[in-house]
Design a protein around this ligand. Structure first.
Ligand code: IMP
Ligand code: MG
Length: 180
């Protein structure tokens, strides 16, 4: 694996501007609905959620769930519930906040679970989406950026635990892409 710093795909300034826009749209759409429950998907969404939440102008509460999709690096695995919410979602308007949608399996699993638990509504906000890879039938209400089919890191996203705290989103060569 390369030790070079990830190549910049989306700058910190572009992320901040887009998060502002998303927060404006979400605040306008949710006005009058009462309190919104933000559900952040750990660990990747923690930075995005922190920035987004502080720009929303509607009343919110925050909870986290930990789901794991990839067990080792870039090798796909089944969706696994690692840590559950502490909030009872029944009757609440929920906004799922996710770092990235790849196949869509994680988001589809989570939305199904929230609906089964009786949420009043479930909406989704993802910072990045790889349109070429999306296979699950899942509604995505707010998207920050459509990105190419590359492994991205930074602003919460990692590769095997690395690069998560970079202020920008960058691309890295994973073994799969190096080997072709
Ligand atoms: P999905 O279930 O296939 O949509 O995968 C979503 C999850 O896979 C995300 O929440 C990430 O944890 C992980 N993931 C997918 N692509 C990337 C990437 O390019 N960088 C970092 N994590 C990724
Ligand atoms: Mg994630």
């Amino acid at each position: 694996m390369t030790e070079r710093p990830p190549e910049v795909l989306i700058t910190a300034a572009a992320i901040a501007a887009r998060v502002d826009e998303l927060a404006g749209r979400i605040s306008a759409d949710c006005r009058g609905q009462g309190e919104i429950l933000l559900v952040g998907v750990l660990r990747g969404a923690f930075i995005f959620l922190a920035d987004l939440a502080r720009r929303l102008t509607v009343p919110c509460r925050v909870d986290f769930i930990a789901l794991s999709r990839y067990e080792h690096g870039a090798t796909p695995g089944a969706v696994r519930l690692v840590m559950d919410l502490r909030t009872d979602v029944a009757g609440r308007h929920v906004l799922v906040v996710e770092d990235i949608v790849d196949s869509g399996d994680t988001l589809s699993y989570l939305c199904g679970m929230l609906q089964a638990r009786g949420a009043a509504s479930v909406r989704t906000c993802v910072l990045t989406r790889k349109p070429d890879r999306l296979t699950a039938a899942v509604g995505i209400d707010y998207v920050g950026f459509d990105i190419p089919d590359r492994w991205v890191v930074g602003y919460g996203l990692d590769y095997d635990g690395r690069w998560r705290t970079l202020p920008y989103i960058g691309t890295v060569d994973t073994p799969a892409t190096i080997e072709g």
